[in-house]
Design a protein around this ligand. Sequence first.
Ligand code: SIN
Length: 355
Amino acid sequence: MKNLKSLALVAVMAIATVMSAFAKDKPDVYILATGGTIAGTGASAVASGYTAGQVAIESLISAVPHLRDLANITGEQIVSIGSQDMNDQVWLTLAKRINELLASDDIDGIVITHGTDTMEETAYFLNLTVHSNKPVVLTGAMRPSTALSADGPLNLYNAVATAASPSAKDRGVMVVMNGLILGAHGTQKMNTLSVQTFQDPDGGPLGYVYNSEPRWNLCTLKKHTTQSVFDVTNLDVLPKVGIVYSYSNVDADVMSPFLNPANGYQGVIHAGVGNGNIHKNIFPALDQARAQGIAVVRSSRLPTGPTTLYDEVDDEAHQFVASWELNPQKARVLLMLGLTKTHDWKELQKYFDEY
Ligand code: SIN
């Protein structure tokens, strides 16, 4: 009996020794590259004029050797585009690839390099379609890689520092830019030129990166990632949803493309004035959309504040959905995913209440 016990002890110690020999020295962070200004090049280091998406992921990684101090790094080029050309196919590819990678015990976090123009939309799409609590971080740059004081290298470093940190788990998809960590639900590109362009004007940043470590101040109560019901695993296309922008004297003919069944729209986001208010010229066209079975979501062209239910507009009577804090471009993302589950406007409203 005593011999058996000693044998078992020796076996346990041997297994522990082998396991510690294979234990990770550093987290494994996988970088998925899509292009953007972070991968942009231009002839001049000081003047405007450059082309986005020119530098491959291997060069971006080797330009920041300090990344290897933070994590074991692997890079993969998904596409090389300016994010003004972002599309549903790239979103579906990213969501599927990230879910596949994060299902592996070998990967601890994901960084996506991305143009800044539509980064907030991609971040919110992934926030709803990645089903893992491991960190997923988007980053980019406002200045191309060839510019003086290019912001890409430090942004990439801070993004990897965040993705490598166990403290970044369960926080939803994040954007890390200019030292700030922002949640996908609230972050917006606010300035056409400034490196301090990403802000969350209603909620504030989740935290910031200091000395290679994320430091946290807030967490979101909106549903995301592991709580999300949206599953794109078996989808190759997404429901078509467009945005119509309101302004003084707007004419109902701006709605014509949405009402033409040949165009295949299943939903329209109305970027209204004020609290999502609707010009009398366009109201009948939005009612017509509902009569044709097209979902209508009221959002606002204002950068801050919610578009609330049942304020100046009787949403119940018109079967309109209110977007709450989501701006028009993010309301479009949620409506596309919502329409993969239901066309019932009250069910769609619940998604906008929760996500
Ligand atoms: C883009 O979004 O790809 C161009 C602009 C940028 O990355 O800052």
